[in-house]
Design a protein around this ligand. Structure first.
Ligand code: ACM
Ligand code: ZN
Length: 757
């Protein structure tokens, strides 16, 4: 009995051991079923390769190209599947029913791969990842069995080549990254206000004029700086055909995006008749949303049909992306053509006119056997009958579309915008804003819980977007997309129940050697330590909490200004925040510094950890940190990380802070945000009132927006006086002026830390 029990324990622990080892193999995305076995296969110049179907010869060439580059040898193709020391590729399944699954068996004398054409390719990608850092001509591969298939059928990455242009050589490198991670859609954002990038034979001015701009915005949006350098470029149709074929060999479909009716200034600059007023326009030099959009008259549709005719010949995929996002209606409201269509078609307003526009384009593309996909604004005014929706303004658009039985690709800004910061802006190069860390990407689940089983089937998958306003070159694209692309791939390939963040981080650290071999400029933001200020349970004390995944290393810190090393204090428990704290932190693994040393300053004042009451609560979208974020001793960063800021749309801020007891004060500061690109404006004015009883308030001082220090902090300095309550009223800027991003819409008002001394 005891013997049996010990044997049982042994079996259990062996299984456990195998499972642990198998899932820490450097394969990303994690295979859904993997059993590691004893022994290894030696891949060397003596190894041969066989396939049962000539369609797999492409894959063999691809694999041989990798071996040639990485290991300086290639495999000889044989016609006999029974030879040992061989890789045997077998195409199975009906090729009309590609499900992308594969079976990979590595035994000590043979490697067997089975799958459909996509599946066999993915098996070879798993092999490439297993080779990882081995660059000699004796490659050791562990014996194992993998049975694998993707969780989602749409696994995408986007790249904006309009704001900044990237040559074909880089587009191919980017496609290689996608294929490494078994992603299968490359969304090529080819046209926008700042440049038209695809040759259209019938309209040569689109690239002669529309592909170049006479200068480019640089630095922070609020600084409004422009250079005067002629900037641009475009892809010829021959180049595009070559890229499409290149992608096809890697099991990737290219989704071309031709933006309409908004984001069309480069087209209008080329052919002014396309706009409502026909006025001459320049290709845009700065970022944002522009008011000159395609007019809804017939001649525009003729132009778009001609353009799409050429586009569909180049791109054989089922979907064509027609944009549809961020289309201001200001010109349409004043245009006789647009207004006459509203009348003739019995449309309610300009939103329905946008819907009319999209439906008309859909009808044309459907007649050519294609489907449209558009950003979630295409829901406004009624969705076109067969359209698929790409949900970017959160998930609401995707949820609504799925409930209406339309296919959906999730791409919410919160988890899928790779132009956002991936770590604290204080430690990162300038980006557009937002915060989408590797962990946040990894945590994403494209299936919203609001959907029932039937509706869930409409979620085809997800993709991440790389908008390039602040991404100036190839190195920066790599920095922003890697390794977040790896995390995304696991969201899309690995079934939810098999995902595990710590395990992913362990594999990712091994996988970095492969990226190093490919000279990828990947970000190391995962090694940055997260700081969080929190209360104790009685809300009496504040603590600085430091976080990093334990697989990455141990946290060390100093409070005396020195750079921490392994002889500094090792972080175990949160550090109490008292008075002023200057903290420096660093992550060490095996005695080696990982990532960068970071520092933060915190300052306790009379407002810290006191209670605040708002007359109107902040927007649910900008309230993640709660009111605590205003009095936690930590000023929010600019550029913005959302959970440090509270935001109100179209409303004033009115708040009262209770200092618990009457005390002498002579100074109050409150932070505001100016980010006009994102519709966030400084308040028109801010007024401070003080009171000792919370009922009778006296006005102390009123500051105009021009008196807000460095467009950031309203500082009130006044005669020392006793007070227990401070009331602040900040007036919202109001509707956004014409010519600015979001013209005519409500502006946002954002505030953060309040300090009282
Ligand atoms: C978008 O980010 N404007 C789709
Ligand atoms: Zn018009």
């Amino acid at each position: 009995m005891i013997k049996q029990f010990i044997l049982y324990l042994f079996i259990l622990s062996t299984k456990f051991y195998f499972a642990q080892t198998a899932i820490t193999l450097p394969i990303i995305p994690l295979p859904n079923k993997c059993i590691l076995q004893n022994g290894e296969f030696i891949l060397s110049p003596k190894t041969t390769i066989y396939c049962n179907d000539k369609r797999l010869l492409n894959h063999i060439n691809y694999f041989n190209d990798y071996l040639k580059k990485n290991n300086q040898f290639e495999l000889i193709i044989i016609k006999d599947s029974s030879k040992i020391n061989s890789i045997i590729l077998e195409c199975i399944n009906d090729q009309n029913q590609i499900n992308e699954s594969y079976h990979l068996l590595i035994s000590s004398n043979k490697i067997t791969i089975k799958g459909d054409t996509a599946g066999v390719f993915y098996a070879l990608q798993s092999l490439i990842q297993l080779i990882n850092n081995q660059t000699s001509n004796i490659i050791k591969l562990p014996c194992l069995i993998i049975n694998d298939e993707p969780a989602f059928k749409w696994r995408g990455m986007h790249l904006d080549v309009s704001r900044h242009f990237f040559p074909i050589s880089f587009i191919k490198r980017y496609i290689d990254f996608l294929s490494l991670y078994k992603l299968n859609v490359f969304h090529w954002h080819l046209t926008d206000d700042q440049g038209w990038r695809i040759e259209i034979k019938k309209y040569p001015k689109l690239t002669q004029i529309g592909a170049f701009r006479k200068g480019t915005m640089f630095g922070k949006y609020s600084d409004s700086n422009y250079d005067t350098i002629n900037y641009g470029g475009y892809y010829t149709q021959e180049e595009i055909k070559d890229v499409v074929a290149y992608a096809q060999k890697r099991q990737i479909t290219i989704l071309p995006e031709i933006e309409m009716p908004g984001h069309s200034q480069a087209a209008i600059a080329s052919y002014p008749f396309l706009s409502c007023n026909g006025n001459p326009q320049e290709v845009a030099k700065g970022w944002g949303v522009f008011e000159d959009v395609f007019c809804t008259k017939d001649s525009t549709f003729q132009f778009l049909k001609d353009v799409l005719d050429e586009v569909i010949i180049l791109f054989p995929g089922k979907y064509i992306h027609i944009g549809g996002d961020e289309c201001p209606k200001t010109r349409w409201k004043k245009c006789i053509h647009c207004q006459s269509i509203i009348k003739k078609e019995n449309l309610k307003d300009e939103h329905e006119l946008q819907s009319y526009f999209i439906k008309r384009v859909e009808k044309y593309l459907n007649s050519k056997g294609r489907q449209i996909i558009g950003w979630d604004e295409i829901l406004e005014g009624g969705l076109a009958p067969n359209a698929a929706v790409m949900s970017w303004r959160g998930e609401d658009g995707g949820i609504a579309a799925a409930k209406d039985n339309h296919p959906v690709v999730m791409s919410p800004g919160t988890h899928c915008y790779f132009d956002h910061y991936q770590a604290s802006p204080s430690d990162e190069p300038l980006a557009i804003g937002g915060f989408t860390s590797l962990e946040k990407v990894y945590s994403y689940n494209p299936i919203p819980k609001e959907l029932n089983e039937e509706q869930k089937k409409y979620i085809m998958g997800a993709q991440a977007n790389v908008w390039t306003e602040y991404i100036l070159n190839e190195k920066q694209v790599e920095y922003m997309s890697m390794p977040r692309m790896a995390a995304l791939s696991e969201v899309l390939w690995t079934h939810k129940e098999n995902k595990n963040e710590t395990n992913f981080l362990i594999r990712l650290q091994k996988h970095f050697t492969l990226l190093d071999n490919l000279k990828v400029n990947y970000a190391k933001a995962l090694f940055q330590i997260n700081y969080k200020i929190r209360n104790d349970i009685n809300k009496q004390k504040l603590f600085i909490e430091l976080n990093a995944n334990s697989s990455l290393g141990d946290i060390y810190y100093s409070l005396d200004g020195s750079d921490p090393n392994i002889n500094s204090i090792k972080y175990n428990t949160p550090i109490e925040l008292k008075g002023q704290v200057n903290i420096k932190t660093a992550l060490y693994k095996n005695g080696q510094l990982k990532g960068k040393v970071a520092s933060r300053q915190y300052q306790i004042n009379k407002a810290t950890n006191k209670t605040i009451v708002f007359k109107t609560p902040p927007s649910k979208y900008y309230n993640t940190g709660g009111y605590f974020t205003l009095i936690n001793g930590e000023s929010a960063t600019v550029p913005r990380i959302n959970d440090q800021w509270l935001g109100w749309s179209g409303q004033d801020i009115e708040l009262v802070i209770n200092l618990d007891k009457s005390q002498e004060i002579s100074n109050l500061e409150i932070g505001f945000l100016k980010e006009e690109l994102n519709w966030i404006y400084l308040p028109l004015e801010v007024t401070l009132y003080l009171s000792d009883d919370g009922i009778n308030f006296s006005e102390i001082e009123n500051l105009k927006s021009t008196q807000i220090k460095e467009d950031r902090v309203a500082c009130f300095n006044f005669k020392k006086q006793k007070a227990m309550y401070a009331k602040i009223i900040a007036k919202n800027y109001g509707k956004i002026l014409s010519g600015k991003p979001g013209a005519g819409e409500n502006s946002w008002l954002f505030c953060d830390e309040i300090k009282i001394n």
